[in-house]
Design a protein around this ligand. Sequence first.
Ligand SMILES: Cc1cc2nc3c(=O)[nH]c(=O)nc-3n(C[C@H](O)[C@H](O)[C@H](O)COP(=O)(O)O)c2cc1C
Length: 173
Amino acid sequence: MNDAKALRNALGHFATGVTIVTARSAEGIPAGVTINSFSSLSLDPPLVLWNLVKTAKSFPVFSAATHFSVHVLAAGQQALSERFASSSIAKFDHIAYVDGLGNAPLLSGCAATFECAMERCLEGGDHKILIGRVERFSQHPDVLPLLFYRGRYVVPGLGGLFSPTPVLAAESQ
Ligand SMILES: Cc1cc2nc3c(=O)[nH]c(=O)nc-3n(C[C@H](O)[C@H](O)[C@H](O)COP(=O)(O)O)c2cc1C
């Protein structure tokens, strides 16, 4: 196993939630990606961050966006996660959404949503670190989260964690 693959495998022991981050280009084109590098950064001011690989098709949209929206996925949204982790499809076709702040698409049925103004975009090796200031948020406390652990989707169940379907992630951090 090469070093990068071994490192990715080791990092996969850090269990995370799964999010979809959306934005809209100045030309009006919607962009969205599945991301598990999301993290809270600061409460005062209210900041969050996530990382995007520079080779992502949607990278130009996100790096120029004035706003982005982070959707924390619910346990039943694995198919949506897979859709937004694929570069090769029209991700927003047949998907219900409304326009949020900065016209970033807002998806429904998520555990929580954070609408952010772009605060800063920092270098991070082969990724960029995007920092947003939370301007509006919502949550659904009764919804179980979708989790990601060692390259697999996991949902919390009674008596522990179980994995409904193994997946091969395009990239997980
Ligand atoms: C669970 C999961 C988590 C991911 N997290 C990240 C991430 O934090 N950063 C990243 O750049 N890509 C991440 N990816 C990969 C992107 O979703 C994938 O590269 C996507 O195709 C990018 O879309 P685009 O090329 O249309 O922009 C993740 C994929 C999965 C399945």
